[in-house]
Design a protein around this ligand. Sequence first.
Ligand SMILES: [Zn+2]
Length: 400
Amino acid sequence: MFIRLKRLLALAFLSVFIVSNLIFAADDWQIIKVSGHDYLSVDNISKFYGLTAKIMPAGEKMQLETVRSPLEFVQSSREVMINGARCWLCFPVIEHEGKFLVTRTDLAKTIEPLLRPQRVSNAGKVQTVVIDPGHGGHDKGALSRYGSEKDFALDVARTLRTLLQAKGLRVIMTREGDYFVPLEVRAQIANAARNSIFVSIHFNATDRDPNATGFEIFSFTPRGAPSTSENSVAPSSLSMQAGTEVDAQSVALSACIYHSMIGHIPEFDRGIKRARFAVLRLTRVPAVLVEGGFLTERGESQLIAKKDWRAKLAQAIGAGVENYVALGVKKQPPMLVADYRRQNKSQPVEFAAPEADLSLVNLIGEAALISPSQPAAETSSPAPQAALPVSPLDSAVIVP
Ligand SMILES: [Zn+2]
C-alpha cells in the first residue's frame, strides 16, 4: 500500500514535470528587440533550462563569493558564472523595462554549449588530438626568471601526449622540440588529421599588472562579436572571417578542459574566453588555447617552474580532453569543477619542492612556495535535465 502510494506520488510528480515542460515548450523563447538586437530574458533562460539564475550587482567581486547558482549573471557585464566556472559572454547583460536580458548570440553561441556540451552535434568525435606547444626556437614566448614559455609549454605537451596515448588516443604534436613552426602550419597539421581536436598550450604574461594570476582558456570568437579583450565590435570582427561550423564544439572542449583545470589546481579562475588568435582562426576543427598561469607573477612563475606542477597541469588538461571524448560516447553532461574538487578532496596533491627548487627559493628569499589559493568556488553540479525542450541551436534562436 505504502509502496503504491509512493509510486502514485512519483507518477504525479513526473506528469507535472512533463506538463510544465510542454507548456513551456509551447510558448518557447520570447525574443525581445532592443535597438534592433535580439535578446532573451534571464527568466526565460532560467525557465528553459530549469536552472536557477541570479543577477549579481555590478562591481561585486565574484571570485570572493561562494557560487550558489548554476547561472550567475553580473549586471551590465559580460562576466557570468556557469556551473561554477567563470565565462565571458560576447555582449553584456542589459536591463530593459525591469528585465535582465542576454543577447540571442550569447544564448546560442555561449550559454547553450557551455551548459549542455553533451548536446553539441559531433561533440566528442575525436580520433586525433593535435597538441600545440606554443612558440619555439627564436620565439621564446613569455619569460620568467626560471625559464621561457616555449620550454614549459613543450614539457606540458610531452606529458600530455604520454597521458593521452595511454588512454588509446592518437596524438600529433605540432612541434617535437625547440624550433619554431609557423602558426598556419600548426593549423594545417590539425586540419589535415581526421576528426581531430587542437589544444594549444601557452603561459601568460602581462606588463600591466604584476599580480595578475590564474588560468584561462580561449576558443574562436563568433562572427559579429567582440573578443573578450575587446570592449566593442571592431569592423574587422564583422568582415574578417565567416565564423566556423565547429564553434560550439570548441566551446564544449573549452568547458571540458577548463572545469578540469580549475577543479584540479587551485589557481585563480580567469574564465572561458574568446579570441581571434591565428591558431584558432586558421583551424577548422574544434580548437582551444590554454593559458596555464602567469610567468610574470612571482608565486605562479615558481609553480610553473616545477616539473611536478607542470605534470599536474598536463594531467588536468588530459582529464578534460578525456571528458570531452566521453561526450561522444555517453551523451551525458561532463564532470564539472565541483565534481573534480570532490574527487580530489580524498586525494589532495601537494607540490613538494624538490631540493634544487628549495635552494633556489632560499636564494631569492621566498617564503611561500605555493601562492595562497583562491577561496574555492563550490557549487553543486546540477546535471541539465535530459527531458528539456529542444536546444536553442535547433530553434529559431540560432544566429545566422
Ligand atoms: Zn604564448
